[in-house]
Design a binder for this molecule. Sequence first.
Ligand code: HH2
Length: 263
Amino acid sequence: MSIVNVTPDSFSDGSRLSDAETAFRYASQCLDEGADILDIGGESTRPFAEPVPLEEEWTRVGPVLELLHERLPVAIVSIDTRKPEIARRALASGARIVNDITGCDPQGEMPHVVAEAGAGIVIMHMQGTPETMQVEPKYQDVVGEILDFLADRVRAAMKAGIPAERIAIDPGIGFGKTLEQNLEILRSLDRFRKLGHAVLIGTSRKRMIGELTGRGVSDRTSGSVASVLFAASRGAAVARVHDVAATVDALRVWHALEQSHVG
Ligand code: HH2
């Protein structure tokens, strides 16, 4: 899953694309490099980011979705949004998946919007909100609590009419988690996989990679790729990444070796 940020303030330079044509060109390049899904986002969710008003978010993502639908209708597009109305409009404009960092809250409209459109959903865990989440994340049992949260939200999504095979789960790396907690989650991915849904992982260029390597945001490709290979080896099905070519190459080599090992 390739990150296509149409935001003026996302944390990672490479995918900070504000103009629809530029975003479209970047998205088609990602497909050429081997991405299977384009994740279009119009609101940065980096720690301490300010929320974006609905119409402003739509002004950012709407034109990109239209260009993709017009020129690359076979591309699988997901919309990275926490707003049901943005999801509704995006699904009507050709997106097929909603990537909801607020976990498809059953108190809100999101489960119904996704169910009615027959779309897929990524249910992510976050402690707090992007404005507050990194202040002092606290858990008794980080993996157990996230598993319980995801299992509850999956149940609610299915009750709203989203079929099991259209639901992916994501522990939300960096969303209200310390470095140690992120590492514990990644080491426990097999427990997430046992919930029976595709597991998505977003480590790309995040602070945890910076903390482990001492590198700045634009220099975290190798560290990010290493984390994707580890996650894939523990059963993650989807990786949300900035560096598509490097990740796809690494996954192809890893996959060939895995197969020869099994065979
Ligand atoms: N991380 C970010 C945004 N959306 N969605 C999922 N499912 N999982 C993630 O880990 C995830 C996500 C981080 O967002 P942002 O700060 O906007 O930066 P970028 O989009 O450049 O990664």
